[in-house]
Design a protein. Structure first.
Length: 181
């Protein structure tokens, strides 16, 4: 009985170590294209809960950002430009009954996320006129050239990044929050 109890105590003490995430797991994460929306064109960015295959309402602002997330940084950073349909589409005239105007922001990300040897393209903020039935992906293709994986995962916009697709990288130390003093 004593051996059984000792084995049970040892199992109880070592089980958390076997099932917990190793300390080094937070050292890695993924850089990828994050998709954000502002359905009314003025509210703060909201991480898209669906992929870009749904129809986007007229007056919305779509946002794409080359971002990073990991176990330590679970929320992808939103585009740095605040969504504002009025500013983006102020000079774009309504184009007809079967069309809609959508603001689009493409943020090529922070320098700390840039793949080695590449240069961040200039960020894009514009208004597009698309068919009323256009999805987020259709809208994105009206603004930039898109490279996607066979499963539809967006890998590159305007050729950035040149080769990778959702690459695993070390967590950039500058993205980790500093402890408050």
């Amino acid at each position: 009985m004593k051996k059984f109890f000792s084995a049970l105590v040892i199992a109880f003490l070592t089980l958390p170590a076997l099932i917990s995430t190793p300390a080094h797991a937070a050292d890695k994460g993924y850089r990828y294209w994050g998709y954000f929306q502002s359905p009314n064109g003025l509210s703060p960015w909201v991480s898209a809960m669906t992929g870009p295959t749904t129809i986007v309402p007229d007056g919305s602002v779509e946002g794409w950002v080359f971002t990073f997330s990991s176990d330590a940084i679970v929320d992808a950073q939103a585009p740095r430009l605040t969504p504002n349909f009025g500013k983006l589409c102020a000079t774009t005239k309504f184009a007809g009954e079967n069309k809609k105007r959508i603001g689009v922001v493409v943020d090529f990300g922070r320098a700390v996320l840039r793949p080695r040897g590449e240069t961040n393209p200039k960020n894009i903020a514009k208004c597009v006129i698309v068919d009323k039935s256009a999805t987020g992906f259709d809208i994105l293709q009206a603004v930039v050239k898109v490279r996607a994986s066979s499963s539809g995962f967006v890998c590159a916009l305007s050729g950035y990044p040149a080769k990778e697709c959702g690459a695993e990288i070390n967590t950039p130390p500058s993205l980790l929050s500093k402890p408050k003093k």
